[in-house]
Design a binder for this molecule. Structure first.
Ligand SMILES: *Cc1c(COP(=O)(O)O)cnc(C)c1O
Length: 716
């Protein structure tokens, strides 16, 4: 936006009607979710609704009458801050220059279409279950920030992912409240007559109809495909009600709608993407629809395959063979009964696309195989995961008929601005100079961290205290009613629940069993010593959801809850209910130490540990996924060595020993070693090292630019 335009825009905002319209537009673009000043405007309008609606700007505006809104905007200070936010928003939407225009201009013409079964964008839109969704959401936000044209495709899960409640007995229960569509920033996609655009996908002998909703995320758009339409049989209406919900037939139906339906939606919108990015195999059926389009336009099969392959890029996330999406030949035949004739293929030829041995009639149809065979670029999400994936798919990659890509790697990152707590954002704004938000991925920007004149230890320590206290007070407000005890004893325990002075360990992620949440409690005697050291106490905060069908994951939650109720751990070990993006934001900013104990090499990348560095948190992690690359001996701590015994029990034992040793001999002493002013100089030196080495690398700005330059740009 040029100066003149800005002046004109500011003038237009003098009209309250215009200002209200613009505020509504702002509430309907998730840009506000990574802009604290914008959030503050909505929060200030109604604290109650803001807090009770999981920080939902649309819900807040819906609850304030026009009369009130006008009146509030007559307050000079509030109006001035609102104007400032609106100008920043306009400027963001109409940039003069972006990373993309400067370095990847060919990319400005056509968008990338990014397909993913889940997107974690904000806690008010719970259509995600974990890290895959977080990665997709962060990818979208960074693409927007960088000016890379981005269209996301996913499903509208009317009940989202479940809300976690813990029963008195410590057992996880799942609740599925329906999302209130009217209070979400979704716009229906309309046809030429102005009615909701209806499309369909052939499923078995009939059709699944769907409509689409547009979600604005800065400059990016994400379309949510929705099967809850009256044209559908009741059986199909709820097809997409839950993230990864239902049986295999539901699952294949969901994936057909997302993949095939997504391509049809893009065509109906008149969008011709430069690249189709398949984030995980769930969307791989899109390849079939692209093939069909090529065959329909008269290409011979070989040429059709070449053209499709030329437009597809695939990211795999699953380092266990059993974790890849597979459908039996019978289910494929059933689900594709109508669709296959459109392709004009015999069953065996068709099924061969998803088989490592194309002519083995017993082999099931694997979405990863389809995606690998038909993509011109494929990658894992860390160096080690790239290796593991190449090894896992060796048979396919080395087969003489294989025409797909080899598997490289791009290490995941996080959208720093979206994960940054408000105090941290203010801290960095003070220290990094103008336009720092656009330069996060450049190591130069972060040089200042090693300069103790520019940023003092005292300031860093003050930030740590502030963030730790915020987390502890959040926990005190949110610890569930299941907290044990009664009467005054319970009240006292609650008041002293967690100490703002103690070394605070955070662990929050899905309770998938390979992540070994209770590992640290394997030796309860040793752990109790650490927790109860009166001079140098350690406290732990846990959060996470187990998959509804994962009984062992639920056992893990139960075990941690039980431990938290024992007298020697009471008030010092806490499990927080209902892990979501909001709880995540609190935990990653407040924890001093972020614990990560996956069974190597099963954590393909992991990203939660990448969120802590901007807040002065340090990682203690198994050398798996991103940490194997990020750890340099000075910027956190490693559990175990850069190897893993094949025997699981042996790995557990070795990791446990390493974990306790590092905690008691290195971490606890360093945290509590204070100078005469009470400052832990050595600990802060480590924080500085972590900030300098990790922030510029493990962010999605760097990650998206790697995708653009190494995977999206057409090969010469
Ligand atoms: C960051 C994040 C994750 C990913 O955590 P990992 O430790 O990498 O598995 C999952 N869920 C939420 C809500 C997150 O914020």
């Amino acid at each position: 936006m040029r100066v003149q335009e800005k002046t004109k825009y500011l003038e237009s905002l003098l009209d309250l009607e215009v200002m209200i319209r613009e505020l509504e537009a702002l509430s309907r673009n998730l840009w506000w979710s990574w802009n604290p000043d914008a959030q503050e405007i909505f929060a200030e309008l109604s604290r109650l609704v803001w807090n009770s609606s999981r920080h939902n700007a649309v819900a807040v505006l819906g609850s304030v009458s026009k009369a009130e809104l006008k009146s509030r905007l007559m307050d000079k200070d509030f109006a001035a801050r609102t104007r400032e936010v609106l100008v920043a928003f306009r400027q963001y939407l109409t940039p003069e220059r972006t990373w993309c225009s400067a370095y990847a201009a060919p990319f400005l013409k056509k968008p990338i279409a990014y397909f993913c079964a889940e997107f974690a964008l904000h806690e008010s839109l719970p259509i995600y279950c974990g890290g895959l969704g977080v990665l997709a959401g962060d990818h979208a936000k960074s693409a927007s920030d960088l000016g890379v044209p981005f269209i996301g495709i996913t499903l509208f899960y009317r009940q989202g992912y479940f809300e976690q409640l813990i029963s008195r007995g410590g057992w996880q229960e799942e609740h599925y409240p329906s999302l209130d569509r009217d209070n979400l920033p979704l716009e229906p996609v309309l046809d030429k007559q102005g009615k909701p655009l209806l499309l369909w996908v052939e499923f078995s002998q009939s059709r699944i109809w769907f409509q689409a909703w547009r979600l604005r995320v800065g400059r990016a758009d994400i379309y949510l495909l929705d099967t809850e339409v009256s044209q559908n049989d009741s059986a199909y209406r709820g097809l997409a009600s839950r993230v990864y919900g239902g049986d295999m037939t539901t699952r294949i139906g969901q994936e057909m709608v997302m993949g095939i339906g997504g391509v049809r939606l893009l065509q109906a919108l008149g969008v011709s993407p430069a690249v189709f990015h398949l984030n995980e195999g769930h969307s791989a059926f899109l390849i079939l629809e692209l093939l069909r389009q090529q065959l329909d336009s008269g290409a011979d099969p070989g040429e059709a395959e070449r053209r499709v392959r030329d437009r597809c890029v695939f990211t795999t996330h699953t380092p266990v063979a059993a974790g890849h999406d597979r459908f039996s030949p019978e289910l494929m035949e059933y689900a594709f009964a109508g669709y296959r004739s459109l392709l004009g293929m015999e069953a065996q030829q068709f099924l061969g696309y998803g088989r490592t041995r194309a002519d083995d009639p017993k082999e099931s149809f694997c979405m990863t195989v389809l995606a690998l065979k038909m993509s011109r670029g494929a990658n894992g999400v860390s160096q080690l995961h790239g290796q593991v994936s190449r090894e896992m798919w060796k048979g396919l990659l080395e087969s003489p008929t294989y025409r797909g890509s080899s598997i490289g790697h791009i290490t995941n990152g996080v959208h720093m601005l979206g994960w940054m707590s408000r105090p941290a954002r203010r801290f960095w704004k003070r220290h990094l100079g103008p336009e720092w938000e656009a330069r996060l991925m450049y190591p130069d920007l972060w040089r200042v961290i090693s300069d103790e004149e520019a940023i003092s230890d005292e300031e860093v320590w003050a930030l740590r205290y502030q963030l730790r206290r915020q987390l502890i007070e959040f926990v005190r407000r949110h610890v569930p009613d299941t907290f044990p005890g009664s009467g005054t004893e319970r009240a006292r325990a609650f008041e002293t629940l967690l100490s703002p002075d103690a070394l605070t360990i955070g662990f929050a992620r899905r309770f998938a069993t390979y992540k070994r949440a209770p590992l640290i409690f394997s030796d309860l005697r040793r752990m109790a010593e650490l927790v109860n050291d009166s001079e140098r106490p350690v406290q732990l905060i846990f959060a996470g959801k187990a998959h509804p069908q994962d009984v062992q994951g639920k056992e893990f939650i139960k075990r941690i809850l039980e431990i938290s109720k024992r007298s020697e751990y009471l008030g010092k070990v806490v499990f927080l209910e209902n892990y979501d993006m909001n709880v995540a934001r609190r935990m990653i900013s407040g924890a001093d130490l972020w614990l990560n104990t996956p069974r190597r090499p099963l954590e393909a990348s992991g990203t939660s540990g990448q969120k802590v560095s901007v807040h002065g948190g340090l990682n203690l992690s198994v050398l798996d996924g991103w940490w194997r690359e990020g750890y340099d001996g000075t910027n956190g701590w490693a559990i175990g060595a850069d190897e893993h015994p094949a025997d699981e029990a042996a790995q557990d034992r070795a990791d446990l020993e390493s974990l306790y040793r590092t905690l008691s001999r290195s971490i606890v002493p360093l945290f509590y070693e204070r100078d005469s002013r009470g400052i832990p100089r050595g600990w802060i030196a480590r924080i500085r090292r972590a900030m300098q080495t990790l922030i510029p690398r493990y962010n999605t700005d760097r990650m998206v630019t790697e995708y653009v330059t190494r995977y999206y740009l057409p090969r010469k």
